[in-house]
Design a protein around this ligand. Structure first.
Ligand SMILES: [Zn+2]
Length: 251
């Protein structure tokens, strides 16, 4: 059964920044930017390690080249805490309290998360012009972070379910992501007897559809961070680098 419309791939951004942008959204919502970095020509430039002192330099490159006033980083903990940034932010790079998702409708504020196999979930409401970005690994999927995110849009911005668009970005695919019975149990699925692959983006699509998001408003990237041909970091592949996913309302 097809739950979402056919796969959408990100296109390369026309700058020195190694970033794919979501072509379809760029055309439909030119007031917003949604994208994700990849390894890039200089092999280590976006190898974004947690403890790397150059991390802020790379984040600032993203902030500068996208033309945003501030880039917001959230220390991700595989939870479901969501933040809303609705006041003016000071500084080019803003680090918040621990969270796995955030949202804003403030022009010039670029939301970011880092991923390497986990799913970057982009949400946008064209009416209120609110945008949201979620980090969804299996714990986030089990905690229904996408359901919480959509409910936050409905509550905070009076968004209508039929308006909200969702994109599930490059992540490990349903053939590659082999997990143990405990993960199946947490996800509410029948427990297999041996390690079995699970499709996180398939489950996220189901969760969004169950809440009432329209099928034609959900798109799924065709890229797998592990078996795909594109130049992405994969935790399962032993990479310590991370992609930076971003979304924001242009200043
Ligand atoms: Zn794969």
């Amino acid at each position: 059964m097809i739950l979402a419309k056919s796969c959408t791939s990100e296109n390369v951004m026309g700058s020195s920044l190694p970033m794919y942008t979501l072509q379809e959204w760029s055309e439909q919502f030119p007031w917003a930017v949604a994208g994700i970095t990849y390894k890039g020509a200089v092999s280590d430039i976006f190898d974004l390690r947690k403890e790397d002192i150059n991390c802020d330099d790379r984040m600032q490159q993203i902030q500068k080249e996208t033309g945003f006033n501030s880039l917001v980083r959230i220390p991700q903990v595989h939870g479901t805490n969501l933040l809303v940034h609705d006041s003016e932010l000071s500084g080019y790079i803003v680090l918040t309290e621990a969270a796995d998702g955030h949202a804003t409708c403030r022009p010039g504020v670029l939301l970011s998360i880092t991923v390497a196999d986990c799913v970057p979930v982009y949400l946008l409401d064209p009416q209120s012009r609110a945008v949201m970005l979620l980090h969804a690994g299996w714990r986030g999927v089990a905690g229904k972070i996408v359901t919480k995110g959509i409910e936050l849009l409905l509550e905070r911005w009076r968004s209508q379910l039929e308006d909200i668009v969702v994109h599930l970005g490059p992540a490990i695919c349903g053939d590659c992501y082999e997990v143990g019975p405990e993960v199946f149990r947490s996800l509410g699925l029948t427990k297999p007897t041996e390690p079995t692959p699970v499709d996180l983006r398939g489950i996220l699509t189901r969760q969004a559809r169950d809440l009432g998001i329209k099928k034609e408003n959900i798109s799924v990237s065709g890229d797998c961070t592990l078996c795909g041909e594109r130049d992405f970091f994969s935790h399962r592949n032993g990479d310590v680098g991370r992609q930076v996913a971003v979304i924001g309302v242009r200043p």
